[in-house]
Design a protein around this ligand. Structure first.
Ligand code: ARG
Length: 569
């Protein structure tokens, strides 16, 4: 039951009866209904000044008249206070309605299917070839993964793209280094680390020996020209990097629909350049080709370097067009750190200047930086934390805790993986995305604080309560759910649809992360204050029903942010 809509209807009808006039219809009234900050002021409040002009009466007079004209069996009272109409929903009916809706709709509870028939393309993770996956890529990967699930939840068709960074002169140098000092088996075994070593050595030796750089340029040219040997080595580098990355994606349970990266657009840029030219947007600047963006307060977008080489933005222009042509998206999201803010503003502006109306559907979903226990990360200073190491460390620590707290647990390895990975993911998605994240072990792995393990543990607690309760055929007595602890749980569940919608509209998975913590805390409070397995069957059944709804909600909200919920911990 939609209390808001039905209260709006009651107000509209009462208005007609009391004043013989209905200046606002039920939908308009619903949009003015407020949720008071304090439940002592009711569940919903209607500010009657919205009507005073049309009815030519003071808000006070209106609210007094309406308060006596409205009644319904689900309302325990209606109060007129200083021009506000405050509605108090009957606590038992409220609990019953909310929990029934939540349980009967299962994993669809909270979705309005507003995305049916629409497509969203998401560019996330987008790692670079021959670099190891470090924790700087955690946010993009997990925010993207969460948004993918949230959009799907609302009925969208989501297309996940890993826009690989697989183009650039550094790959020429890497091949040169490999040809000089590398050997197949070492790289095959050592993976990305070996490639990085070769690259570092190349740069060190090139300082002394300028001829090396020529060699690097020569190999890059050979890649560009499609020379089979160059391409073979380069493709192999790519597959080695992706094999390394796949281990991380497997741990995180993250998937993509496409790995079309920068090099995929090699043959798709000329048409874009021709088009920019034909539309009179290209300008020569010291031999380079640019799109002047001065009128928009931005530096120029560099499209072609003076040596004819294309750039990051040239590839992104081709990629944007390709995505529109291929997927005909309704929305195209780029989940990329805020450092690239200017790049995306330039990109969208150039698309607009090209006359593509759909530039409006493109959005840069930016996020803050990740640091580690108070230290910023930097490849140059060697202060770098690899995601795979972080995850394994976390799994190890989770295992120790499980070993200590539940030594008899059956599938410890599996649960340790779920908890360890979940802790890291939860940490990454806890704050609103634009905030910088500082990763701390003791905060991430805490079983009590506002952490992933805490929420997972509460979920497992619900599962255990339900296991112990077994089959229960008594009819739940909703009057048993009118205590403040149960009501707080119900109120949170009731708010979930709005929270999920907010997460979608703002591309903000943290809203769901926060919700899961709030719900876990509310349930634990309930659990300590009220016994579930009481003798009175109606009361017991009602508390079991509440537990069941919480279990579903926790499992599903964790799912939406990309975290698995073990049933036992
Ligand atoms: N590979 C880039 C990086 O690691 C991110 C690419 C983002 N996507 C894009 N279409 N530009 O910084």
């Amino acid at each position: 039951m939609d209390f808001k809509a039905s209260i709006a209807k009651l107000i509209a009808d009462a208005m007609q009866r009391a004043f013989g006039d209905a200046p606002l219809d039920a939908a308009q009234i619903a949009s003015f209904l407020e949720v008071p900050p304090d439940t002592a002021m009711g569940d919903y409040a209607f500010p009657c000044f919205r009507l005073s002009k049309a009815l030519r009466k003071s808000p006070m007079m209106i609210s007094d008249a309406l308060a006596v004209a409205i009644s319904a069996d689900y309302l325990s009272r209606v109060e007129s206070v200083k021009g506000y109409l405050n509605f108090f929903i009957d606590r038992a009916t409220y609990a019953e309605q909310v929990l029934t809706a939540c349980i009967s709709q299962g994993d669809r509870y909270g979705s309005d299917n507003s995305g049916a028939g629409k497509t969203v393309v998401m560019d996330y993770s987008s790692i670079n070839i021959a670099k190891r996956f470090h924790i700087g890529h955690l946010s993009t990967t997990m925010i993207g993964n969460a948004l993918y699930r949230i959009y799907e939840f609302f009925g969208w068709k989501a297309v996940g793209v890993n826009h690989l960074g697989d183009w650039g002169t550094q790959f020429g140098k890497m091949i040169a280094a490999y040809k000089r000092w590398g050997d197949h088996d070492t790289v095959a075994k050592g993976g990305v680390d070996e490639m990085v070593k070769l690259y570092v050595r190349f740069n060190a030796e090139a300082k002394e020996n300028e001829a090396l750089n020529d060699e690097g340029r020569m190999w890059f040219k050979r890649i560009e020209d499609g020379d089979p040997e160059a391409l073979e080595i380069f493709d192999w580098f790519k597959s080695v990097t992706l094999t390394d990355a796949a281990r991380v994606y497997d741990l995180l349970n993250v998937k993509f629909d496409s790995y079309a990266g920068e090099s995929f657009y090699n043959d798709k840029m000329q048409p874009i350049i021709d088009e920019l030219n034909a539309k009179g947007l290209l300008k020569e600047d010291k031999g380079a080709q640019i799109v002047d963006l001065q009128d928009y307060g931005m530096p120029p977008a560099l499209i072609l370097r003076s040596d004819g080489a294309t750039l990051y933005i040239t590839r992104d222009l081709a990629a944007a067009k390709y995505r529109k042509d291929t997927y005909n998206f309704d929305k195209s999201l780029y989940i990329v750190a805020y450092q690239q803010d200017l790049h995306f503003r330039q990109l969208f502006k150039v698309l607009e200047l090209m006359g593509y109306e759909w530039y409006k559907d493109c959005e840069h979903v930016s996020f803050g930086m990740v640091s580690y226990e108070g230290q910023t990360l930097s490849t140059r200073d060697g202060r770098i934390v690899y995601l795979e190491d972080l995850l394994h460390n976390s799994i190890e620590k989770a295992r120790e805790i499980i070993e200590e707290k539940s030594p008899d647990l059956e599938n410890k390895d599996e649960v340790a993986r779920q908890v360890g990975v979940g802790a890291v993911v939860f940490f990454a998605l806890y704050n609103s995305r634009i905030k910088d994240i500082d990763f701390w072990w003791d905060r991430a792995l805490n079983f009590d604080g506002e952490t992933g393990p805490y929420v997972m543990y509460t979920h497992a607690r619900c599962c255990s309560v339900l296991r112990k309760a077994g089959e229960c055929d008594a009819k739940p007595d909703p009057a048993a759910l009118t205590d403040p602890e149960a009501q707080e749980v119900v109120r949170l569940i009731d708010r979930f649809p709005e929270i999920a919608r907010g997460a979608l509209q703002r591309n903000e998975p943290s809203m769901i992360t926060r919700f899961s913590v709030d719900l876990a805390q509310a349930y634990n409070k309930f659990y300590y204050e009220r016994k579930v397995m009481v003798d009175e069957p109606g009361v017991r059944a009602a508390r079991i029903m509440l537990t069941q709804a919480v279990r579903n909600m926790l499992r599903h909200s964790l799912y939406l942010i990309g975290i698995e919920a073990p049933e036992r911990m």
